[in-house]
Each structure stands twice: as C-alpha cells, then as structure tokens.
Design a protein around this ligand. Sequence first.
Ligand code: PMV
Length: 309
Amino acid sequence: MPITSAPGKIILFGEHAVVYGQPAVALAVDLRLKCRIYFSEDFLVNGWKISRSINPYISAAIDKVWRGPPLSIYTESSIPSGSGLGSSAAVSVALTAGLMHMRGGFTEREVAELAFEVESEVQGRASPIDTSVSSHGYGIFIDRKKGEDFLWMIERDTLRWYIHHIPIEKMTFVIGYTGIHAPTGPLVEKVRTKVERDEAARTIIEEIGSISEEGLRALRCGDTVKLGDLMNRNHELLSSLGVSSNALEKLVRASRPYAYGAKLTGAGGGGSMIALTDTPDRVCDAIKSAGGEPIIARAGAEGVRIEQI
Ligand code: PMV
C-alpha cells in the first residue's frame, strides 16, 4: 500500500488577491505531510471511523477519487494545522496522489486539479494556489496569462489561473505561528464583502497583484533587499483589507529589525507570518519574545511524491 507525502507552503505575495485572478507567488517549504493507505473493513482515519465533519478533506478526496473497497488512512504531519501553512492542501494532495497511484498512476497536474476540487468543495471560494504549490513543489507563480515556465491552467467559473514554475534558490524564512487557528473561508468572505462594496478594496487587490509581479522579478534575480521591501508593502495592503490581527502585527513588528521584510502569510486573522532573514536565530528569539512560535523553514522543497509503494 502506498505512502505518499506533500509539502506545506508559504505565500510570499498575493494571498486574497489571487482569489480574484491576480498574480501570486507561493513557495513549498520543508514541512511535509505523509499519508499511508491500507485496505480495511471500514473507512478509517488514524484508526477512527471517518467523519465528514472531522475529516472533510479526506472524505471529499475519497468521494472524488476512490471507487474501491474501504480504506484505512493514516496521516502524519510536521505542518501545524490551521496555521496558514497549507496543511489542508497537503492532505488533499498527498491522499489524492495515493489513491490515484492505487488506481494506476498520477501526474502532478492531475493531482493539482483534483485536490483543488476537494479544497473548493470544503472551503467554498478558493484559489488553486495551495494545492498547485503542494503538488508541484519548489515555487509557483500564478498569472492571468501563459508565460515562461508554464505548468498548467486551472479554471473555475469565469476565472483562469495559469500556474508557472519558479526556479528558486533554496531560501531561509522564519515562520512565526500565532497559535491562533483561523479558518480560511470566513476571511475570504470578509474580503469578498469589501471588494463588492468598496472601490478602495478593489484598488488594493490590484496593487497586491502588481507587487506579485515585481516580486517574481526580484526572485528571479535574487534581489533579497527588494523582496523584503515588497513583503513589507504587501503586508500593509493586507492589513488595510482587514485580514491581519493584533497577534500577527506583534510578530511582524518584532521580526522586522532582524529581517529584510516580514508579512502575514495565507489567509491571516491568526495563522502565521513569515520573515526573510540572514539571521534566523535572532528572528526566532524576537518571535518567541512576542508570544509566537518560530519555525525555521527552507523554501524550494520537492512537491508530491511516493515515499514507498
Ligand atoms: O489559509 P491558507 O494559507 O490556505 O491561504 C489561503 C490563501 C487565500 O488567498 C486567502 C485563499 C485562496 O484560496 O487563495
């Protein structure tokens, strides 16, 4: 029976704006979720009877991909769940790949498409950023058009997301987890209400899209100082959209003196922030003193893979 694994992620630029088709940059990190699948008498998750409310992503992935006998699924993860680091995408991706492997095989693109359907079903409105970066790994740039290093396109309703590979050097970030679980759905909804009502919010969404484009250029030429400035600007715009929180602000402020830049990552509300730094230990200390949980993460990790057949 297969063991598969998939990485967590950080969003470097463009969260929330990507839901409206704006460009975004996400990087896979060296935190992984492993998934083991066995045949069984009943559908089980980590030894317990599967429950749609407790295991929504696993239930949705089984519904979409599996047509065979009951399975027992075990997950093991170094990605804190509900932290904005893509744990739900990693479980959807790793399980989808395992189930497809049992049915004959998979490609990264197929896994990314199906896992996006799983996430959309559970979360409502979503972009394919988390599931695509967890499938492909390394770094991805999402754009409205096809460009250099194109991987695949994902569409829903009237929106099309063109996913591209970003050839990145290994980079070190410090993640600061607030310890506050903040579900993505309500935050996406909060932004949607603002965007529908308020011209200023629509302008912010577009500005975030331009930052992602500049960020891609800075990544390609390894301009760390520029990347840090853009992260700071992106954070201010996300705060204006109302998706930051006191805990996130505290961690961002505490890490900035020792970092090129710092911003919230993912949906916000609680979850995590990231800092780009040459002195990770100092940022870790600053995050701890400000009440957060630091995690040193290397970006550019491999995407979904079979660990064992
Ligand atoms: O909460 P996370 O880390 O999975 O990030 C969600 C990113 C959003 O742009 C807010 C939503 C989305 O689906 O793109």
